[in-house]
Design a binder for this molecule. Sequence first.
Ligand SMILES: Cc1cc2nc3c(=O)[nH]c(=O)nc-3n(C[C@H](O)[C@H](O)[C@H](O)COP(=O)(O)OP(=O)(O)OC[C@H]3O[C@@H](n4cnc5c(N)ncnc54)[C@H](O)[C@@H]3O)c2cc1C
Ligand code: FES
Ligand code: FES
Length: 467
Amino acid sequence: MKKINISFFLNGDLIEKKLDPESRVLDLLRNILWKTGTKEGCGDGDCGACTITQAYPLNNKIIYKAVNSCLMPVGKLQGTSIITIEGLEENNDLNLIQQAMVDQHGLQCGFCSPGISMSMFALLANKGIPSYDDLKNALNGNICRCTGYEGIRDAAKQVLNYINNNPNYDIVPKKIRECENKLLELELSLSEGDYLIPLSIETLKENIKNNPTAMIVCGCSDVSARAHISGEKFLKVIDVSRVKEMNQIQLINEDLCIGASVSLTEIINSPIVQEKAKVLSSGLKELAALQVRNLATLAGNIKNASPIADGVVLLMAYEAKLSILGSSGYKEIPISELYIGYKKTILEEGDIIEKIIISKEALSKEYHMEKTGKRNSVDIACVNSCASYKKENNIISDLCIAFGGISEKVVLEKIGKIENEYEIEICARDISLKYNPLSDVRGSKDYRVKLIKNHVIKHYAFITGEL
Ligand SMILES: Cc1cc2nc3c(=O)[nH]c(=O)nc-3n(C[C@H](O)[C@H](O)[C@H](O)COP(=O)(O)OP(=O)(O)OC[C@H]3O[C@@H](n4cnc5c(N)ncnc54)[C@H](O)[C@@H]3O)c2cc1C
Ligand code: FES
Ligand code: FES
């Protein structure tokens, strides 16, 4: 892509430079700006070595997030502030987090340490006093290959201890706090060149009209990981992550409407989602690691069309509808009608998922999610499923189960009323006989067939309170 002017803050200093917006932030930091403290491990979003903190204005507040710089295109830096490990020191002293890592023997080779420190920093920069569990969760996307996690955990505890005893302590160096106000003056959009960042639906419509074949991206987590492997390049990109109307979570006539550009982290933390669709919130916590969830969206998960996508399994159980903005205006389609084959949807070029709608009827049901993978979290599942049901006077009715990983697309099984264990056993057997899953690195065909049965039984055990 041709270079364009991009303005952002790096460790409190304003950078205004002509840069290739499609290139990776990690390469910009290491090879052009010589901030080599940020490391490259996997290059695919899996290890957290490249974690930096990004701050930007959202709903009249500056928020700090840990992100993987290997998955982030440089265009996404426009109007934001990024902090790398070099930005933590103040007056030539180690920062609280760095000192705790040293004190508690939290590092050996030090390759993972910048990423680990930046993950802790992002959490603490948002102020408030996090719990130890918050800190542990903030670190679940950071892998350490040589120290072992005990020292890192102890460092996290030391940091928390200090913050608890000094509640007014600010982890963010003064210079970086000071640029927050100036940050508000930077333009958030990019309206020229090959990487466009529209801020409103109207501008988005215009951008699409003028560039009908442009690649649409939002969090860019899937697109960047794919491009890293394939070397794929795009002529034009429209980044929808900052479209205001697509960044809201609302209840409209008691239906839950989630803007397509809201990140998974914001969905998980949304009080409305936690109250109305608790399992959607808790289920999404199992998707990837925090650094990925800070960028990724449901829309990207839906359009990516993976047959194992956690978001799709959840939304299929919630019988969600998608509001699609196409060339002839808006239309609504049930997610169950979206997929027509392996990674194939009925969406046409230029179609934008604008929001995801869960009806009040669906919100009145109960839900339970199961995910089986090689690790409890931070891993793509072997088989995942989500059950929706009603339960009154111990009678289970309207039971539906959405499954991922057993067919070329996510499927929804409508089961209905279940009166006893015998019926659920038959149902589990019948569903497992219906599918012919593939064998791959995540599990063999036979294992997946067993998992189908086990998931049905496990949902039943949860619903009846036996689990
Ligand atoms: C390390 C790693 C781990 C992961 N782990 C999991 C996991 O455990 N479970 C899981 O389900 N997924 C996982 N994923 C997949 C990925 O994070 C999700 O699919 C994510 O939700 C994609 O969202 P995004 O906004 O980043 O999409 P992008 O990468 O921006 O886009 C993905 C696709 O969606 C399209 N798109 C994006 N937004 C829109 C829109 N509004 N309208 C129309 N099309 C749109 C793009 O054109 C592209 O085709 C993982 C990915 C990585 C890199
Ligand atoms: S290098 Fe591994 S997550 Fe970026
Ligand atoms: S200290 Fe060596 S990988 Fe963590």
